[in-house]
Design a protein around this ligand. Sequence first.
Ligand SMILES: [Zn+2]
Ligand SMILES: [Zn+2]
Length: 275
Amino acid sequence: MLTNYHTHSMFCDGEMMPEDYVKSAIEKGFKALGFSGHAPLNFETSWATSEDNFQKYIETIIYLKEKYKDIIQIYLGVETDYYPDCKDLRVMPEIDYTIGAIHFIYDANTGREFAFDGSGKQFLETRDVVFKGNIRLMVETYYNMIIEMITNQTPDILAHLDILKKNNAGSCFFDESEPWYKNIVEKTLVKVKEHNIIAEINTGGISRGYTTEIYPSFWIISLMREMDIPIILNSDAHHPDWIDTYYTEAEKILALAGYKSQRILLDGKWQDVPL
Ligand SMILES: [Zn+2]
Ligand SMILES: [Zn+2]
């Protein structure tokens, strides 16, 4: 059953309008499509939905939900960031689900936000300015922020767990097999399990040419399987053509790790369906 709940349109940093994604999903035989525009932030960015556009985003998805209800299930989600004083969008009755992510950190010394998953240049800037060159501190801080988000503002889905590896091709900055890295990932998964949230299998880095691998890494998926953590396969699509990018390959990887089902929003409720 084809589905995707991680979709970015022109309302944030995606290309094309939401309806173009709906048409693509119908063409590809999708059962459900969820939109997850980046939530408005308290500072200027090129990638988040602006405060002005947010209401329009919500209205557009609700309109599409109704328009296409006999052909495909449409859901209104939001990809939320967690930072000091961020709004809790889970209380909005129109919102069907949240995908929680950590994309940046606020640095009090410079009074600026620094990206965790930006370009290679931004990655180095974050390491050097915020963490004084200490890559381990940067990585551990990222995971500890995820833990804090899950504790204080539990999302339905945890986005792209190890997105930091986007800039770590060939383990150029850190080695995923080092005990400290394994420990912090495991600690994060314990929190995911404790709060019974869904871990995302995200193919978006591949369609955008950032990585050759899905998030998270195979050893993490295997560990998640051992811990019986539910998963959801998402494409993090920024273009209508990419709503199912790398799905066939990802399904093989999931089968290899022992996953037989995924947890998705269907007929208005979360349910486990075969992969
Ligand atoms: Zn994201
Ligand atoms: Zn996203």
